[in-house]
Ligand binder design. Structure first.
Ligand code: TNX
Length: 530
């Protein structure tokens, strides 16, 4: 592993090897020191020092208490050999934002970071090194051999600032509790963004007080007549707050000007012909559009201003995603006009805008607007020019190449799915294997888009074919582990490629954690699952 420039584990795989000790995403540096292991006991305490340390310690402690039955108090003071010290201070982890160091031995555990976020990521590494039962919060039975962690030394920091997952709650709706559960699972992989695709043709899922029918009529349906649903402002605030405790930022997406049939069905005055279409429950894309005609401009601009203002007011994070994809029913000149007005409304909220790469067709984007690339590993059509356009206008890029990072693509074979019915799509590639999700290099996708132009990576899961959280989890895990590793772990040396064998061993170990958490992952056949 050392030769790869990756340090998932530098020890002999035969003893305490990667399968036992591996962390996903692979840390920048990881060494099994061979000293006395650490054991978490009924006496263990979390000794927290510095800004935000106690809160991060508490977030780590809550499920750990349920899993162990130990008190695990968060305290101040001197750390003893059975304690976990959590320190936030300026000089820690070389001051790296989100970086941390983790020292584990018979004399205790110490996590150091310059930020509370870094500290929390350190606790997630520790959690992965603990016996997987640490995630089994319904049964405080100690694992055989106790809560032992091998002596190790970790120094770590992320490659990219934006490490995202996207959940489509528009095609099928998922409850607040289900979203919180999803947040827990992605935080374990040090993903720090959850992009919620809140609106689409089949449903509008966020209450907008100034346009109540958006979630009246607009939220009454989903794909296939599965019923509706939406988040009230309080629901959304709960998701935001829960995610923030795990250093996950919510990026809300209002998809415009296409993908708007739900809004158009709720308000006839948003339609060029003044007639509201019936609620839509199919899975076609590219048939709906806001109206660019001047006689609708007042209404449409009021809609854009009200919606973006309310969403921005509810959202503490810096980003607002305004869609822009697949507006195939919008004539090209109308598209540019609408994108200009959408961007104007969005920019007025003070947020940094994100748009799918088609939005790069506009040369009037607010400074710093981020483009989200969803073409392929080999770019198709105008994707390169449109993606570069964001950088030319002073922004950065998020990469979600559909043939490797889209988690709704089918798996190979004909796997047994949670509800025993076929799920997933295959338009981008399908089947997409775990290996394919892992073996690509972000700087090699869009010519002219290099390391500094890339804000980060994101793995979206679209839910046209996914009706329950267990079906979502089946498609997401384990493939999201590959994307999380590409987003966090150091870039391999130019002349080496990533090695799947070592990664696969860590995925097998990660599967034990997923088992303990009750996540319905797909046991892809290439992994030697425990
Ligand atoms: C394309 S990629 C879409 C979504 C679909 C998805 C299905 C992109 C920005 N839009 O509307 O849900 O494919 O895989």
């Amino acid at each position: 592993a050392a030769a790869l420039g990756l340090a998932g584990c530098t020890a002999d795989p035969d003893e305490n090897g990667p399968a036992v000790t591996g962390i996903i995403p692979a840390p920048a540096s990881f060494t099994l020191t061979g000293g006395q292991p650490f054991t978490l006991t009924a006496d263990s305490r979390l000794v927290a020092v510095g800004d935000g340390a106690a809160a991060a310690a508490e977030t780590f402690a809550a499920p750990a208490r349920a899993a162990t039955g130990f008190a695990l108090p968060v305290v101040e003071g001197e750390a003893a050999a059975s304690d976990i010290a959590l320190v936030v201070a300026d000089g820690e982890a070389d001051g790296a934002n989100e970086g941390y160091t983790l020292e584990i031995g018979g004399d205790g555990v110490r996590i150091g970071a310059a930020t509370a976020a870094g500290l929390f990521w350190g606790t997630q590494s520790l959690r992965q090194l603990l016996p997987a039962d640490i995630g089994r919060t319904d049964d405080p039975t100690p694992p055989q051999g106790g809560w032992v962690v091998p002596a190790a030394s970790v120094a770590d920091q992320p490659r990219f600032a934006y490490r995202g997952a996207m959940l489509d709650v528009a095609r099928h709706f998922f409850s607040v509790e289900e979203v919180l559960r999803f947040v827990d699972a992605i935080a374990l992989l040090k993903l720090n963004v959850l992009h919620l695709h809140l609106t689409d043709d089949q449903g509008w899922r966020l209450e907008i007080e100034s346009w109540p029918e958006l979630t009246g009529i607009g939220a009454s349906t989903s794909v296939g007549g599965a019923g509706g649903g939406f988040y009230t402002h309080d629901d959304y605030r709960r998701i935001v707050a829960y995610a923030a405790e795990r250093f996950v930022t919510i990026v809300p997406e209002i998809d415009l000007p296409g993908h708007t049939s739900a809004a158009l069905s709720a308000y006839p005055e948003l339609n060029c012909d003044g007639a509201a279409p019936a609620p839509y429950e199919g899975i076609e894309v590219g048939f709906s559009s806001l109206c660019a005609a001047p006689e609708r401009a007042d209404t449409t601009d009021r809609f854009l201003a009200d919606v973006t203002r309310e969403v921005a007011e509810l959202t503490p994070g810096p980003w607002l995603h305004l869609g822009g994809d697949e507006s195939l029913a919008t004539p090209a000149d109308a598209y540019l006009d609408l994108v200009r007005r959408i961007a104007q409304a969005g920019a007025a909220t003070g947020k940094t805008l994100i748009g799918w790469h088609e939005m790069g067709a506009s040369r009037e984007l607010p400074p710093g607007t981020v483009g989200q690339y969803w073409s392929f590993v080999e770019p198709a059509g105008d994707a390169v020019a449109q993606t570069r356009s964001f950088v030319e206008q002073g922004g950065q890029v998020i990469l979600s190449p559909a043939d490797v990072a889209y988690l709704d693509m089918t798996y190979a074979g004909d796997p047994q799915t949670p509800l025993g019915r076929p799920i997933g799509q295959d338009w981008a590639k399908g089947p997409t294997t775990l290996e394919e999700a892992y073996l690509w290099e972000p700087t090699a996708i869009v010519p002219g888009i290099g390391e500094d132009d890339i804000l980060g990576l994101e793995a979206p899961v679209w839910t046209e074919t996914l009706t329950t959280m267990s079906e979502v989890e089946f498609m997401v895990f384990p493939r999201i582990a590959a994307i999380a590793e590409l987003a966090w772990s150091p870039r391999p040396d130019a002349d080496t490629i990533r090695e799947t064998g070592e990664f696969f061993a860590r995925v097998a170990r990660f599967g034990q954690h997923l088992d303990a958490m009750g996540v319905a992952y797909h046991r892809v056949p290439e992994i030697a699952w425990a």
